[in-house]
Design a protein around this ligand. Structure first.
Ligand SMILES: *Cc1c(COP(=O)(O)O)cnc(C)c1O
Length: 226
């Protein structure tokens, strides 16, 4: 079985090749290691391999791993569904939130962001697969929510996140990402520099269509058993 170090080297090389194939600058795509359901020692192994950005989906689990890894220089990203009664610990313990899909949540994160921390980096989650998936706003709703969230004081609106339905055909992987990328670019809004899309199965297509953060779990830590 490949080690976490080998998996990270392999994913980094896939990212580099995809950047090159797309004519993009080397290093323009950040690797976010998605460590949900995996123990703190797996995160420590990835850290040893030079990985610094980690994504978590379940709050209690994430907080407990953060305590275990308190001495590590890790940038934590929250990428899971957000209930409004969980916004305070999210606002206090993460540098990024990728999964904001309503104004109420954004307002609470802004109000609850501790004053001693820099603004919380925010991506809005967009549902680009139509009715099949439940989380995320539609492309049509995106411009208004972007404008509303941009106005909140303790947030730094960075861009969009998407989780499309799994798809094996390359062109079909590309299509929804292209729609989302073009929609955002056409708004011409300043400060939007982040496209959080691409997972273990569609990294190449995502990078071809402008991804700046790929979120990889299985490809680094192996399959999740729960
Ligand atoms: C679990 C998860 C990932 C990682 O998925 P893999 O297929 O394991 O790479 C990426 N993004 C989100 C939002 C996730 O919940």
């Amino acid at each position: 079985m490949a080690t976490i170090q080998q998996n990270i080297d392999n994913i980094r090389s896939q990212i580099r090749h995809a950047e090159l194939a797309a004519g993009r600058e080397r290093g323009s795509v950040r690797l976010l290691a998605v460590s949900k359901t995996k123990p703190a020692q797996d995160i420590a192994a990835a850290y040893q391999a030079g990985q610094r950005h980690f994504g978590e989906s379940y709050l209690q689990e994430a907080l407990s791993k953060q305590r275990e890894l308190a001495g590590f220089d890790i940038t934590w990203h929250f990428i899971g569904p957000i209930q409004s009664n969980k916004t305070r610990p999210i606002a206090g313990h993460f540098a990024w939130v990728h999964s904001v899909d309503r104004l109420k949540i954004a307002k609470r994160l802004s109000e609850q962001r501790p004053a001693h921390l820099p603004p919380l980096n925010i991506c809005l989650q967009v549902n680009i697969s139509g009715e099949a998936s439940k989380s995320g706003i539609t492309l049509a709703e995106l411009p208004q929510l972007l404008a509303e969230v941009k106005a909140l004081p303790n947030l730094r609106l960075r861009g969009v996140m998407a989780i499309p339905e799994p798809e094996t055909d390359y062109q079909r992987q590309c299509h929804p990402y292209r729609m989302l990328y073009q929609t955002v670019k056409q708004l011409g809004m300043s400060g939007l520099d982040t496209f959080s899309f691409g997972m273990s199965g569609d990294l190449k297509a995502a990078i071809a269509e402008g991804s700046t953060i790929v979120r990889i779990g299985t490809g680094i830590f192996g399959v999740r058993i729960y």
